[in-house]
Design a protein around this ligand. Structure first.
Ligand SMILES: Nc1nc2c([nH]c(=O)n2[C@H]2C[C@H](O)[C@@H](COP(=O)(O)OP(=O)(O)OP(=O)(O)O)O2)c(=O)[nH]1
Length: 162
């Protein structure tokens, strides 16, 4: 498996459905330093895997509550990212954006909250694909991306924007 063409995307299904949620307020974006799980040590948006019986939106809200002790208000769906890893793992990430929240962001055992200006997003500390799609999301585009990873290394990618 070396390129996206080696994968049958018509039948592809991620092993884990998951969410990511970005809170954007006053020209700043709320990110986390992730303390554990997939991508530990990286900077990312809060998020995680879908639990049985919940909708994607419920998952998006719950993960922000669990990781940062705040509740995003009216998250809207922005796009999806399909990640295939060469070891066989795959994850289908549904991404949301919210412009407000209730509560005060706090560090938890999963994450440290960090605010960044929108023109100072630390892509070098994030997953390699984020610089491909996050700028499109911030411009207001919907997106669907496909990515092939070998561990942390992005081997191939393709992004559609709408
Ligand atoms: N920005 C970005 N996020 C990614 C990429 N790949 C990837 O899995 N993620 C996100 C999706 C999920 O929000 C998160 C992985 O889930 P997680 O390990 O935090 O799941 P979880 O909270 O259920 O974890 P756990 O309790 O099972 O440890 O990482 C990527 O390439 N870029």
């Amino acid at each position: 498996m070396q390129s996206l063409q080696d994968i049958d995307w018509n039948t592809w299904q991620g092993k884990d459905p998951a969410t990511l949620t970005f809170i954007i307020k006053d020209e700043q974006i709320l990110l986390i330093r992730k303390k554990r799980g997939l991508g530990a040590g990286k900077i990312n948006g809060p998020g995680g895997r879908l639990e049985p019986g919940e909708t994607m939106l419920e998952c998006a809200i719950r993960e922000v509550q669990e990781e940062l002790c705040i509740t995003p208000i009216d998250p809207i769906f922005c796009g999806e990212s399909l990640f295939q890893f060469t070891d066989g793992y795959s994850i289908h990430v549904h991404t949301y954006m919210a412009h407000d929240f209730e509560g005060t962001p706090a560090e938890t055992d999963e994450a440290i909250p960090l605010w960044f200006p929108l023109d100072g997003i630390p892509y070098e500390e994030m997953w390699a694909d984020d610089i491909v799609w996050l700028p499109e999301m911030l411009k207001g585009s919907q997106f669907k991306g496909r990515y092939l990873f070998d561990g942390d290394r992005m081997l191939d990618h393709h992004l559609d924007i709408f």
